[in-house]
Design a protein around this ligand. Structure first.
Ligand SMILES: Nc1ncnc2c1ncn2[C@@H]1O[C@H](COP(=O)(O)OP(=O)(O)O)[C@@H](O)[C@H]1O
Ligand SMILES: [Mg+2]
Length: 438
């Protein structure tokens, strides 16, 4: 590629000669980025395709410019741009040289390198630039492992990570122009917020989906993109049909426990394929697996895992029966909210709990070495039998783990319950979500 071609592409992405669309602001991520910025480390921004990483980068650039940076000292390059016809580290070097020559040669620049996993061998280049203090570097990508593993070995202790997820319920409300300032903001608006929650669960919270009327079409095209670009192409998978089968299986079996073996049997696929595909899906941030809590690591590894999806809209778009499974989708929403919390506090670990009598608690939250709280999602508290079963399980879990802090998340019921001599909070999902971070 010629330098002229390169500069044209860069010009389209940057604020040098134009303003850029930055969309609805996402202050949670901007303040986290700002706090990471003060360190002298490489910053990574990771998250699923279309979660809004590039928009957040632009919001950050705008912020820097507003705080006094010269727009020319900041460069954003996005390797998703199909006009890049070359690749590899040589392209990266050429882009940097071109930028230095045409745009800014003096100050140490800030480089935002987007979808960097497209560049094979990027880690060495990033490390060299960082060590020689040639630039402040922020990289982003849609593959969890690629970024953390490769960087982990090359940039040990030299990078700070931030994960971007689709919108939290709080962000979702602000994208829908529903603003809730302070406690007063909630009064008289319950039904509006509950209606919004239903949409949040049905269509999920990818920003573009939230803002568009063509929700289902967009979700299906995201699904295809993840399958073809993030999975088939990236991992050079030949058996496309098998991959689709397992993705659909997971997305329609959220919250159900499974083992590699049980999937091998029900999908008639080799256990090696099941294992490696599952790993790829997790790397692409499409699904997460939740392990059973145990004090013994071996038992933890052997027990069935539960799978949750990054976005309930995706589950519904690929054929999950929404109305029959509202409770499970709500549980998925709680799980993703806990993952979001984990992003901000990496000390948190998540599990589910189950005893030999099949009593279950949906989520166990561990902080450092200590289990700190339990969460039970119960979608049918009005039904006496369900209510008693869920309370009994939670009671057992609290006793087994010696925990006093527990919450039951419901569709509508609110109140308290005494269990084990301790007060358990009963909170409707919408309230619980708004009380969580973001
Ligand atoms: N903050 C935002 N405000 C408005 N729209 C957004 C915002 N973030 C993302 N979008 C919409 O979602 C699409 C995907 O976002 P993008 O930032 O490109 O995701 P990623 O870089 O994570 O793949 C954008 O093209 C835009 O339509
Ligand atoms: Mg992007």
């Amino acid at each position: 590629m010629t330098k002229n071609e390169i500069i044209q592409i860069l010009d389209d992405w940057n604020f040098w000669n134009r303003d850029q669309k930055i969309g609805v602001s996402r202050p949670i991520y901007i303040s986290k980025l700002e706090s990471l910025f003060s360190s002298n480390q490489v910053i990574t921004i990771m998250g699923p395709r279309r979660a809004g990483k590039s928009f957040i980068i632009r919001q950050m650039i705008k912020r820097l410019i507003n705080s006094g940076y010269n727009s020319k000292d900041i460069m954003h390059v996005n390797f998703e741009d199909p006009r890049f016809t070359e690749s590899g580290v040589s392209l990266l070097s050429k882009i940097f040289e071109t930028y230095r020559e045409y745009i800014s040669a003096q100050n140490t620049p800030i480089l935002f390198i987007d979808e960097i996993q497209e560049i094979e061998g990027f880690e060495k280049w990033v490390r060299m630039m960082h060590e020689l203090s040639k630039a402040k570097i922020i990289i982003s990508g849609s593959n969890a492992l690629l970024l953390s593993r490769e960087l982990g070995t090359l940039l040990t202790g030299r990078h700070l990570d931030m994960e971007v997820f689709p919108l939290s319920f709080g962000e979702f409300l602000s994208f829908n122009n529903i603003s809730l300032t302070g406690k007063l903001g909630l009064i008289g608006r319950e039904s509006e917020i509950k209606g919004a929650l239903r949409k949040y669960i049905e269509y999920g919270s990818f920003p573009e989906v939230v803002l568009s009327e063509q929700k289902k079409e967009i979700l299906l095209s995201y699904f295809e993109d993840v399958i073809t670009k993030d999975l088939l192409r990236r991992f050079k998978i030949k058996k496309a049909q098998d991959l689709r089968t397992i993705v659909k299986y997971y997305l329609s079996n959220i919250s159900a426990p499974s083992t590699f073996k049980s999937i091998e049997r029900s999908l008639d696929m080799s256990i090696t394929s099941v294992k490696s595909y599952t790993g790829y899906l997790e790397q692409a941030y499409l699904v997460f697996s939740l392990k059973r809590f145990s004090f013994k690591v071996k038992e933890q590894e052997k027990s069935p895992r539960k799978i949750y999806a990054i976005d309930t809209g995706l589950c519904n778009a690929v054929g999950f029966r929404f109305s029959e499974n509202y409770g499970r989708l709500a549980e998925n929403v709680v799980f993703v909210a806990l993952k979001r919390k984990q992003n901000l506090n990496p000390n948190i670990e998540l599990f589910y709990w189950k005893d030999i009598h099949h009593s279950e608690v949906d989520f166990v939250i561990k902080e450092g070495l200590k289990v700190t709280s339990l969460i039970q999602v119960c979608w049918n508290m009005q039904d006496e039998k369900t209510r008693n079963r869920e309370l009994r399980s939670l009671h057992k879990g609290m006793k087994d783990l010696n925990i006093t802090d527990a919450t039951i998340v419901t569709d509508a019921t609110e109140g308290e319950e005494k269990l084990n001599g301790h007060t358990v909070k009963i909170v409707p999902l919408w309230k619980w979500l708004l009380a969580e971070v973001g």
